[in-house]
Design a protein around this ligand. Structure first.
Ligand SMILES: O=C(O)CCC(=O)C(=O)O
Ligand SMILES: [Fe+2]
Length: 348
């Protein structure tokens, strides 16, 4: 049980503007009234994750959700290995529907989100990319950790230290980003995913697809900074969306024509991921397969929104820089506005 303290005692006088949707507490995210919990007795004694790198304090999970998470997964993972190079473990569901709905509303209301823009070189031309979904990220790669280690009660003073020596890292260690500890509300899910999969995760990436117009194009998460054969746990909350997978193109191997032929047999997959599902992608999946969430139009476009949470393990500092660059960026912070039912710019 978290030790309660007042917000003022914890943070000093509030420096930042109050949330526009400050009527939302950890126990009534987006109007979905959750069963009363001790933390709900008084809004001013709610427990929060707080850190200098957060634009605003992030409430701890409501107690009923925390309790529920400790008994997950709700079903046994089903291995999907019936295609060349494919290695999936599919929990259908991992989080039961009622809890998934509460978790969706809570995370959408309480996390800071970004709409990242960046330039890339494509065919020799500079192309401006607007990420077609809301994103946010927390975590630090394996060469570093936060110390003192954040506890459920406190993490405000945690700073990046060298993972081996424990000595404080200079600002130059992360020149272009400010790594943020994983807040309690996501760390609880990370711990559950680690226990269920036997994998370790030090990063949490969150995507919010506000409607069918938001998407992620075909890609694989096989960056070198994840090391060989990375395992990625991917949770779905909210609207059902199709998760498409297809084998990467294979160059014909004259010395092994049978192998080339068998890879050509790899069939594309469509997994209609539902709220509460979790899919663990492991083995050669990232090296050999691509995945995407395509846009939906027509009557499928307005779907109430979907949150995707992936847990990963970045091995080196380049991973930290990359994840913050593409999921936080340098633009404005947004927060869910419950009255307007959309993300609104957060003014510090
Ligand atoms: O939203 C999803 O299910 C997939 C997200 C994804 O592939 C990613 O963030 O790398
Ligand atoms: Fe991905």
């Amino acid at each position: 049980m978290s030790k309660k303290r007042t917000i003022d005692a914890f943070f000093g006088a509030p420096k930042s503007k109050k949330p526009r949707n400050s009527e939302i507490t950890a126990d009534s995210a987006d109007g979905h009234q959750l069963p009363s919990s001790p933390a709900a007795e008084n809004n001013s004694t709610l427990a929060y994750s707080q850190h200098a790198t957060y634009p605003f304090p992030i409430p701890h999970l409501p107690t009923p959700i925390s309790h529920e998470l400790s008994s997950l997964p709700a079903s046994i993972g089903r291995a999907m290995t019936d295609q060349p190079d494919l290695d999936l473990l599919y929990f259908e569901p991992y989080v039961p529907p009622g809890t998934a709905k509460q978790l969706f509303a809570f995370l959408r209301s309480e996390l800071p989100f970004y709409r990242v823009e960046y330039d890339i070189q494509r065919g020799g031309n500079a192309t401006h990319i607007r990420t077609p979904r809301w994103t946010t990220v927390f975590g630090i790669d394996d060469t570093a950790r936060f110390a003192p280690a954040p506890t459920p009660d406190d993490g405000a003073a945690a700073v990046p230290v060298d993972a081996r020596t424990g000595s404080k890292l200079p600002a130059s260690a992360f020149p272009k980003c400010a790594p943020r500890p994983i807040p309690q509300c996501l760390d609880a899910l990370r711990e559950s995913a680690e226990a269920a999969t036997g994998c370790e995760f030090n990063f949490c990436l969150v995507n919010y697809y506000a409607s069918g117009a938001d998407s992620i194009s075909y890609h694989s998460d096989d960056e070198r900074f994840l090391g060989p054969l990375p395992a990625i746990a991917s949770f779905s909350l909210g609207a059902r969306r199709d998760f498409l997978m297809k084998h990467k193109p294979v160059a014909p191997d004259d010395s092994n024509p049978a192998l080339s032929a068998s890879l050509k047999d790899a069939k594309p997959l469509k997994l209609p991921l539902a709220s509460g599902d979790m899919i663990l992608m492991r083995g050669r999946t990232q090296a050999k397969w691509l995945h995407s969430i395509p846009k939906r139009s027509g009557k499928n476009e307005t779907d109430g929104g979907r949150i995707n949470i992936t847990f990963r393990k970045a091995m080196v500092r380049g991973g930290t820089a990359n994840y913050y660059n593409y999921n936080v960026g340098t633009g404005p912070v947004y927060k869910w506005d419950a009255a307007a039912r959309e993300m609104k710019q957060w003014e510090l």
